[in-house]
Design a protein around this ligand. Structure first.
Ligand SMILES: [Fe+2]
Ligand SMILES: [Fe+2]
Length: 358
């Protein structure tokens, strides 16, 4: 039986690209991503120095830190310390694969300096808890450093998505710990863990993690805007194979730590799905994880006249106009920073759309 006219029109409509093919060459897209990263990094550093210039020794009243925290809280402090103290590996491993990018490599060194103070902050908290002897803490650190953290993905684009979810998960861990330290947990094991010094520590560090999360979100959007098919594929792979950094190194009491944060409602599968994955997807313009996984099957790439592969179709479930709008806003933020400094007169960072106006 011949398909009727409505059927044919419906099929044509279905196959019509939702987003027109990208306008730009690969070189131009790479240039724009690099300019975006560099501008964002410059903006970030200025802001970080102005608003988050804290010191892990001098900005906390360690002498007043409680000496009678619950064994569960001590387990959590040690676990946070363990994960953060792999910072030399976090910095060197990724630095090798992004070293040619001015924006990303310089940002990464700055990011590392902020992560380094997190390691020292949790070191102090564990030490001042009075429940881990100084020599035992040093031995613990030595044992941890016998192992080395390695990259879960070697590709810079994949690592942007990994860091989006990892930074948000870390922020959620610290925010929920701050709630316990403020006496807001209803879990009986934490009934005696109220501690303003710990509350401040967890809060301050969570603000850093939020700043990291935001940086990587902006970076991820640049890839999603200029390389949607590849970026979505990377994101799906990262989501499917995601594990927190601590799970990739040998931390002797890590299973115990995971169980403790799970029972504390600090971080577990529920928090990961709701407060990490869905939060990040909302921010990146996706409906939900399932929509992405279904939609990825429908992405097609076709070669243009220069042999570059371009995306011919983007599935439903992604709010593409919102990504473009956010990328434009990012370039706007960079422009304000560059106006202030004077870069605008000599070498401005300018947004170039990858798609014709609709
Ligand atoms: Fe951190
Ligand atoms: Fe971080």
């Amino acid at each position: 039986m011949e398909p009727n006219e409505d059927e044919i029109i419906r099929k044509i409509e279905e196959d019509r690209p939702k987003i027109p093919a990208g306008l730009l060459t690969r070189e131009e897209k790479d240039r724009l991503i690099e300019r975006g990263m560099l501008g964002l990094y410059r903006w970030y550093v200025a802001r970080s120095q102005e608003h988050r210039n804290w010191n892990p020794d001098k900005d906390f009243d360690w002498k007043s830190f409680r000496k009678d925290h619950s064994p569960e809280m001590i387990q959590i402090l040690k676990g946070f310390f363990a994960v953060e103290q792999y910072v030399p590996d976090y910095v060197t491993s990724l630095l090798h694969v992004i070293r040619t990018s001015h924006g990303r490599s310089h940002f990464h060194i700055r990011w590392g300096s902020e992560e380094e103070r997190h390691a020292d902050l949790w070191y102090n908290a564990t030490l001042f808890s009075g429940q881990v002897k100084p020599n035992d803490l040093k031995d613990y650190m030595g044992a941890l450093r016998q192992d080395q953290w390695t990259l879960p993905w070697q590709d810079p684009m994949y690592m942007i998505f990994y860091t989006v979810f990892q930074e948000r998960a870390t922020q959620v861990n610290y925010l929920n710990t701050a709630l316990i330290a403020k006496g807001l947990s209803n879990k009986p094991q934490f009934a005696n863990d109220t501690d303003p010094v710990l509350a401040k520590a967890a809060q301050v560090i969570a603000v850093d993690e939020a700043a990291h999360y935001n940086f990587f979100l902006e970076g991820a959007r640049l890839y999603l805007y200029y390389y949607p098919a590849q970026a979505i594929e990377a994101m799906v792979d990262v989501l499917q194979n995601f594990a927190m950094p601590g799970a990739r190194v040998h931390i002797p009491d890590y299973p115990k730590f995971e169980e403790t944060v799970y029972k504390a409602a600090i971080y577990g599968p529920r928090e990961h799905a709701r407060d990490v994955v869905q939060h990040a997807l909302d921010n990146l313009g996706f409906a939900n994880r399932k929509a992405i996984e279904n939609g990825i099957k429908r992405i097609r790439q076709v070669p243009d006249e220069n042999g570059n592969f371009v995306d011919s179709q983007i599935f439903e479930g992604i709010d593409y106009p919102s990504i473009e709008q956010k990328v434009r806003q990012l370039f706007g933020r960079i422009k304000r920073h560059e106006d202030e400094v004077g870069f605008t007169q000599v070498d401005p960072t300018e947004f170039v759309p990858n798609y014709p106006e609709r």
